[in-house]
Design a protein around this ligand. Structure first.
Ligand SMILES: [Zn+2]
Ligand SMILES: [Zn+2]
Length: 216
């Protein structure tokens, strides 16, 4: 039987609290799901256990938490990258979609998005089978600028950096999601072009710019 929304939220919450350093803005939304019923449901399903007064994920619980978080973060990427959803409604919209991404659909969305590695808040998206297969097959849909070859072009899919200064600098330069981009050279620094203006950045910055490659 599929888990209730609240139960999935509690799994996500426990995983984020126990495993991650980020504080996503939707934590209160997840915390609101921390009900006695949700906890009972998860205990009965063998996904959480109590130890020294603390609720911990079991091994099965960790797997389920990762899957729930994967769906949530894919939903966020879908909303931000493809649907250009405004921040003000992102959390609610992501919640409506995450629980609908059942098996199969979740992989289709992941593939459509180019197997993204991070959510818009900088949290890691646990990889699925599709991500591994794409990596093995050498399928490149969205790659960091640092992995592009000279003369390759595409559109900026998203900018991913924990460093807000880097993010702001790129945005101020007009290096924004949706803009066309072409890599000119990758040595000694990464030189690229956006709307006939050339920019040079180092590898650390080139790692942050994810490009949806033009299909050839
Ligand atoms: Zn939700
Ligand atoms: Zn994938």
């Amino acid at each position: 039987m599929p888990l209730s929304r609240d139960a999935e939220h509690v799994l996500e919450l426990l995983w984020i609290r126990q495993r991650e350093k980020i504080q996503p803005p939707y934590l209160p939304q997840l915390e609101a799901s921390f009900t006695n019923e949700a906890v009972r449901e998860l205990k009965e399903a063998g996904l959480i256990r109590q130890a020294n007064g603390e609720l911990l994920l079991t091994d099965e619980g960790e797997k389920a938490a990762k899957l729930a978080l994967r769906r949530r973060r894919l939903a966020e990427r879908l909303l931000v990258d493809l649907l250009k959803t405004a921040d003000s409604i992102l959390d609610e919209a992501a919640c409506s979609i995450e629980h609908a991404l059942y098996e199969g659909l979740e992989e289709a969305v992941c593939t459509l998005l180019g197997h993204p590695r991070f959510c818009p808040h900088g949290g890691e998206i646990p990889p699925g089978k599709c991500c591994e297969e794409a990596r093995k097959a050498g399928i490149r849909l969205i790659v960091p600028l640092s992995e592009m070859k000279p003369n390759e072009e595409g559109h900026i899919a998203y900018i991913q950096s924990a460093d807000t200064i880097v993010m702001q600098k790129l945005m101020a330069m007009g290096v924004l999601p949706g803009e066309p981009i072409r890599l000119i050279r990758c040595f000694p620094s990464f030189v690229f072009e956006v709307h006939h203006t050339q920019y040079a950045v180092d590898t650390a910055v080139a790692d942050c710019i994810y490009v949806r490659l033009k299909a050839d």
